[in-house]
Design a protein around this ligand. Structure first.
Ligand code: TXA
Ligand code: MG
Length: 329
């Protein structure tokens, strides 16, 4: 199969719509990462998504809808506070988990009773969702375990020959996946950290919990238990208090004839100006936005990426550190 990349416009959206309604899957831009999209009421399309990615069959998909879509068609909104969150953060990088009405097929929810729903804010994605006017299920458009894509080219590098079309909507500005929030209980619970932070949620609804889990626990968001986000080169991760170890590992790699790169914030980079660098930016938002892009740039140039952790895990840094640990830890 030949994989075409088309700039997202009226013409390519029509083409995407035709492929989707014929049961096909496509690459779709969002403001977080690119998605591998299929219509959520078509079991065969959903099966294709799992096949193309090589995704474990017990890891459910997020349903994406346009901003005027009536969520009540898909889910039961049982908690009053959920309406406040919808008003405050949708469209945007927040996914809410509700009790499902079963409209989105069981292949997408993996037979579970809940459905994760999100309204992307990316204007091109909205155009596609509006044209289709159906729930589009989409995991990140990478091969399972690999780093998530934030450009059409990244999607192409993973899925060339496996899908017909990738809509190019530019680089995803957010850079890490949406916050996944369980809103079925009396207090919202973060299942996956992201750009909508615990602090932001608390400000709107007062309280917010974080779902921690140990090995062996029955996890509520199955995706978080898998190996994830791995670039195709060696990686290491050090705290900011261990910069001397970064230095040592870097020199060791050079002596072994390897090409090492240090991946860190611009601030930390000032201390390593004589080294190969993958600079992530200054603010936590900039770091989130650049993280996958730099990991994917790094796997092409480096034999070893030595990543330096963020100084704390507050706000957006929680989501960033969650990805850094899985990709480089
Ligand atoms: O930003 C994003 O969320 C991107 C873009 C494409 O929208 N999508 C994405 O999808 O990251 P994926 O499949 O890579 O991750 C979805 C996460 C997984 O951790 C999955 O387990 C969880 O959401 N999830 C999906 N449905 C769920 C449900 N019903 N209950 C709990 N967790 C769910
Ligand atoms: Mg993913």
């Amino acid at each position: 199969m030949k994989t075409e990349i088309l700039t997202l416009n009226t013409f390519s959206v029509q083409k995407a719509k035709d492929i989707l309604f014929a049961g096909g899957v496509i690459g779709m831009p969002t403001e977080t990462v690119y998605g591998l999209a299929g219509i959520g009421t078509m079991p065969n399309a959903v099966k294709k998504i799992f096949e193309v990615k090589g995704r474990p069959s017990d890891n459910p998909l997020i349903a994406h809808v346009h901003k005027d879509y009536d969520l009540n068609k898909l889910v039961f909104v049982e908690q009053e506070y959920a309406y406040k969150l919808i008003k405050a953060f949708m469209p945007g990088p927040l996914t809410l988990v509700f009790k499902s009405k079963g409209v989105v097929c069981k292949e997408a929810t993996c037979g579970g009773e809940t459905l994760a729903v999100r309204m992307p804010s990316h204007s091109g994605c909205q155009k596609l969702l509006k044209a289709v006017d159906m729930p589009i299920v989409a995991p990140s458009a990478n091969l399972s375990k690999h780093t998530s894509p934030v450009t059409a080219e990244h999607v192409y590098n993973d899925l060339n020959g496996k899908i017909e079309l990738i809509l190019d909507g530019g680089k995803s500005s957010g850079g890490i996946e949406s916050t996944v929030l369980d809103v079925t209980g009396s207090v919202p619970r973060i299942l996956r950290a992201g750009l909508i932070t615990k602090e932001m949620i608390e400000e709107v609804v007062g309280a917010c919990e974080i779902a921690y889990h140990k090995d062996g626990d029955k996890v509520k968001s199955p995706g978080v238990k898998y190996t994830h986000y791995k670039p195709l080169c060696e990686t290491m991760l050090f705290e900011q208090s261990q910069l001397d170890l970064v230095e040592i590992e870097y020199e060791k790699a050079i002596k072994q004839g390897k090409v090492p790169y240090v991946m860190c914030t611009d601030e930390v980079a000032e201390k390593f100006s004589d080294k190969n660098l993958l600079k992530l930016g200054l603010t936590p938002e900039q770091v989130a936005s650049n993280l996958y892009d730099k990991l994917l740039e790094g796997e092409k140039k480096a034999d070893l990426i030595i990543a330096v952790a963020m100084p704390d895990e507050m706000g957006v840094n929680m989501g960033v550190m969650n990805r850094l640990r899985k990709s480089c830890g």
